[in-house]
Write a protein that binds this ligand. Structure first.
Ligand SMILES: Cc1cc2nc3c(=O)[nH]c(=O)nc-3n(C[C@H](O)[C@H](O)[C@H](O)COP(=O)(O)OP(=O)(O)OC[C@H]3O[C@@H](n4cnc5c(N)ncnc54)[C@H](O)[C@@H]3O)c2cc1C
Length: 399
C-alpha cells in the first residue's frame, strides 16, 4: 500500500507545525519537487524562545541548505556572561570566553534566538510552500492512496502524506499514535521562557541569577535596545496537572513554584513576565517512541524524538531529522514504508545517544556556576558545563 502514486501531478504533503522541524522539512521536500502545505496553530510563525544551538551535523545540514551564513549573521553573538546574586543582583562571576547557553566563543557551533532561526528558515522556504495559519488538524483518515485531512477551520483536503512537526505535545502524534503519556518521559523540571524589556541593560550578554550555588534564572539580550529573553524554572518530583493551553495558569505556576522565597531579582523577572506576550511553558520532557511513522504519517523533531531542553540539542536534532526524512522520502517515492524505515535506521542511534546524554545531564546535581571571591568579581574558571562538547557526530548521506 504505502507508495506514492506515480502520476504527473506533484506529490502533496501536509506538515503540521511551522517551527524548526516543520520549516526544515518543508524546505527539503519542496526542493525535491513535492507540493507542500504547512498548517500552524499560531496566527503566524510562532515567535518566542530563548537561544537554541546549531551544532555538529546540523551545521552541515544548514550548509547544504545554503543558510549557514544567514544563521551566523543572525546569531546571538554574545560577548560573555555574568553570574549575579539572585537577591542583590551583585555580580559575582564573569566570563568573556564562553557562555552557559552558547558554549565557547571559539567553537564552530552557532547560538541563535529560536525565532531568528525560524525566520531564516521561513525566508529559505519562501513561496515554495503554502501556509494555513491559525488552524489545526482534527482528524486524519488514511487509505491505500492518501490521507483525508479534516481541519478545525479550513475545508477538508486530501494529501499523499502527512508529517507531524508539531512539537513535544504533537497533535498528529496524539491523533495517530495515542496520548502523550505513552511517549513523553518527564525529566523532573519545568521551564518558562518569555520576552521581557531589557531591564538589566544587557548588550550581547548573558546574565545568570544564582542563589546559594543554585542557578535559578537566565536572561540574555542582543542589542541594548532589544528585549531580553528570560528563562525561569523549577523542579518537581512528579509531573503537574495543568491546562497546556492556559497561559495564565502557567504564569501562576511560575509565581508560586519558581523560588518564591527569594524575592530580589527573581521577583523582578516574575513581575516583568506578566506583561510578556511571548510566553512558553512546559516540562523538560523527552519523546520516546518505538517508531516514528504509521502508514502515510510520519513524525519529525520534538513530535517524534525530543531530546529535551537540558542540552539545547533538540533544534539541531530537528534540522538533521528533517533532512534525513525528506531525503529518504525523495529517494523512495515508490515505497513510502521503505522511506520511513530508512529514516529510522539512519537516525535511531544518533537520537538515542543524544537522548541518553540529555537524560544523564538532567539527573546530575546542579553545579554552582560562579564563585564569590574576597575581592568581589572573579574571572577564575568556574565549573561551567560546555554542552558543545556533547555533540553526537553523524555521517549524512547525499540525497
Ligand atoms: C515558543 C517556543 C519557545 C521555545 N523556546 C525554546 C528555548 O528557549 N530553548 C530551547 O532549547 N527550545 C525551545 N523551544 C523548543 C525548540 O524549538 C524545539 O525543541 C526544537 O527546536 C525542535 O523544534 P520542533 O519544530 O520539533 O518543535 P517546536 O519548536 O516546539 O515547534 C512546534 C510547532 O508546532 C506548532 N503546533 C503545535 N500544535 C499544533 C497544532 N495542533 N497544529 C498546528 N501547529 C501546531 C507550534 O505552534 C510550533 O510552531 C521552544 C519552542 C517553542 C514553540
Amino acid at each position: 500500500m504505502e507508495h506514492l502514486q506515480e502520476t504527473n501531478a506533484r506529490h502533496t504533503v501536509l506538515i503540521s507545525g511551522a517551527s524548526i522541524a516543520g520549516l526544515s522539512t518543508a524546505f527539503w521536500l519542496s526542493k525535491y519537487g513535492f507540493k507542500v502545505t504547512l498548517v500552524e496553530r499560531a496566527p503566524h510563525i510562532r515567535p518566542g524562545g530563548q537561544a537554541v544551538d546549531v551544532r555538529g551535523p546540523a551545521l552541515e545540514v544548514a550548509g547544504r541548505m545554503g543558510i549557514l551564513n544567514d544563521i551566523r549573521q543572525n546569531s546571538t553573538k554574545l560577548k560573555g556572561m555574568s553570574v549575579v546574586d539572585a537577591v542583590s543582583g551583585k555580580e559575582i562571576y564573569q566570563n568573556i570566553k564562553q557562555t552557559l547557553t552558547g558554549g565557547r566563543h571559539d567553537s564552530a557551533d552557532v547560538e541563535i534566538l529560536r525565532d531568528d532561526l525560524c525566520n531564516v528558515l521561513f525566508q529559505a522556504v519562501g513561496s515554495q510552500a503554502n501556509y494555513i495559519f491559525s488552524d489545526s488538524i482534527v482528524r486524519l483518515d488514511q487509505d491505500e492512496s492518501g490521507v483525508n485531512v479534516t481541519f478545525a477551520h479550513a475545508a477538508s483536503q486530501r494529501f499523499d502524506l502527512v508529517i507531524g512537526a508539531d512539537g513535544i505535545r504533537s497533535n498528529v502524534r496524539k491523533i495517530v499514535f495515542g496520548d502523550d503519556e505513552k511517549f513523553v518521559r518527564y525529566l523532573g523540571h519545568y521551564v518558562a521562557i518569555f520576552t521581557i524589556p531589557n531591564y538589566f541593560d544587557l548588550e550581547y550578554w548573558e546574565m545568570i541569577f544564582q542563589h546559594e550555588g543554585t542557578p535559578l534564572a537566565v536572561c540574555i539580550a542582543k542589542e541594548r535596545a532589544d528585549e531580553a529573553r528570560a528563562y525561569l524554572g523549577f523542579s518537581s518530583d512528579k509531573p503537574l496537572k495543568y491546562d497546556h493551553r492556559d497561559i495564565n495558569t502557567q504564569k501562576q505556576l511560575i509565581m508560586e513554584k519558581a523560588a518564591p522565597e527569594i524575592g530580589g531579582m527573581i521577583s523582578k523577572i516574575k513581575e516583568l513576565m506578566h506583561s510578556s506576550t511571548n510566553f512558553y511553558f512546559d516540562a523538560v520532557n523527552q519523546t520516546i517512541m518505538d517508531t516514528w511513522s504509521k502508514g502515510r504519517v510520519a513524525l519529525v523533531g520534538d513530535a517524534g524524538y525530543s531530546v529535551s531542553l537540558s542540552l539545547g540539542q533538540s533544534t539541531s536534532v530537528a534540522m538533521v531529522g528533517a533532512y534525513v526524512l525528506a531525503g529518504e522520502i525523495a529517494a523512495h517515492k515508490e515505497d513510502l514504508q521503505a522511506a520511513f524505515d530508512q529514516y529510522e535506521h539512519e537516525l535511531q542511534e544518533y537520537i538515542l545517544t543524544n537522548q541518553n546524554l540529555a537524560f544523564q545531564t538532567s539527573i546530575e546535581p546542579t553545579k554552582t556556576l560562579g564563585k564569590h571571591s574576597e575581592e568581589g568579581i572573579t574571572m577564575e574558571t568556574a565549573d561551567l558545563p560546555d554542552f558543545g562538547l556533547s555533540v553526537i557526530p553523524l555521517t549524512l548521506k547525499n540525497y
